[in-house]
Write a protein that binds this ligand. Sequence first.
Ligand code: FAD
Length: 416
Amino acid sequence: MQFSGFRILKEGLAGNRGWKPHWRKPDPKPDYDMLIIGGGGHGLATAYYLAKNHGLTNIAVLEKGYLGGGNIGRNTTIVRANYFLPGNSEFYSHSLKLWEGLEDELNYNVMHSQRGLINLFHSDGQRDAFARRGNAMLAQGDDAILLDREGVRAILPYLDFEQARFPIYGGLYHKRGGTARHDAVAWGYARGADQRGVDLIENCEVTGISVESGRVTGVSTTRGEIRARKVGIVTAGRTSQVAAMAGLRLPIESHILQAFVTEGLKPCIDHVISFGMGHFYISQSDKGGLVFGGDLDFYPSYAARGNLPGVEQVMEAGMALMPMIGRAKVLRSWGGIMDMTPDGSPIIDRTPIEGLYLDAGWCYGGFKAVPASGWCMAHLMATDQPHPVARRYRLDRFATGHLLDEEGKGSQHNLH
Ligand SMILES: Cc1cc2nc3c(=O)[nH]c(=O)nc-3n(C[C@H](O)[C@H](O)[C@H](O)COP(=O)(O)OP(=O)(O)OC[C@H]3O[C@@H](n4cnc5c(N)ncnc54)[C@H](O)[C@@H]3O)c2cc1C
């Protein structure tokens, strides 16, 4: 089923009775070439690109809940390519290019909106850091403009420029940054994978990983045993638990990150803004709600909900940046389980077990990575070679010291 303006018109006139479900609900087969554990953004994108780029379709995605119920449907939807370090810079640049063609690629409206991202800075030192970051972005072929205070004021006049606790010195403007509708990304990739023959199996929790003579042979699930030659672990915050089923101990901690949405307001914030003196970022959804978040809740947990000190920190930062936000009512908040690596960068690699692959460690920033992560994980699983833009995402870098030191955060800072 192709989506188009004409189709919407036709269905509208015919009472919307012709729409079909986006994907089938197959029972699991006993045997597949490849299994992807985890039906979040990364797992679904991996399955899609395995089918699309490599012609591999005897694949199942095994999801313990429903598709899109994990972090892919819980994030604050920010998409950007403003990374500083070689290794991350080229990967996120590749991802943003994929985002820019994603709606045509999937024939699906993921509401990708390049409304521009502005990272504010509040000291001379921060200005230097953002100037360097902007230069790295330009060197990578992406866009960046260093704004002074008046430049920011011209674009974001509603910020507190007069009596701010942390005066605004300027901002790094990334015009191609923006947002997308998070669950639509999961649905779009799911539909695309299903159309190419991938089985998407919901309510199917993986409870064990079978390994014989150092080689993966399949998995145990709540819907029976399934054999496969290759298995990918793409389970975000649950990665450590799933990897432990194969006897692996990973350099990943699980932490909670919360998000907040206000009541619907008339359009007032038409960019994504990130505050430099407290961890706080905000945008306005197309429905009108202000969508914002802050830092992790600093204790490891598998509970997909946050705690009050985290709420207080986010609200304080919001008020310090834009006091007007205090007049909006928060309607909803929720948490997601982050898979944090010690250096804050991800892993897309083989594991010591033959046929078992890992795509994890996305920390608080894996939404924007979904297209490139799926692309690179599919490449790895199909060819057994790392994709060039993900070649530094090695699992052994924590043993060899080749870290990609973005910003590893966790409850035990002395270990990072
Ligand atoms: C509040 C919040 C805000 C965020 N904001 C941003 C942002 O603005 N920009 C950005 O780039 N990133 C953001 N992120 C991070 C981003 O959402 C995640 O890094 C990314 O979604 C993780 O990958 P995923 O989509 O595959 O995860 P998930 O959607 O969590 O997918 C993993 C899936 O694995 C399944 N699973 C787990 N265990 C098993 C098992 N045993 N068997 C079968 N299935 C299993 C889970 O049910 C889940 O569906 C945010 C995250 C949160 C929580």
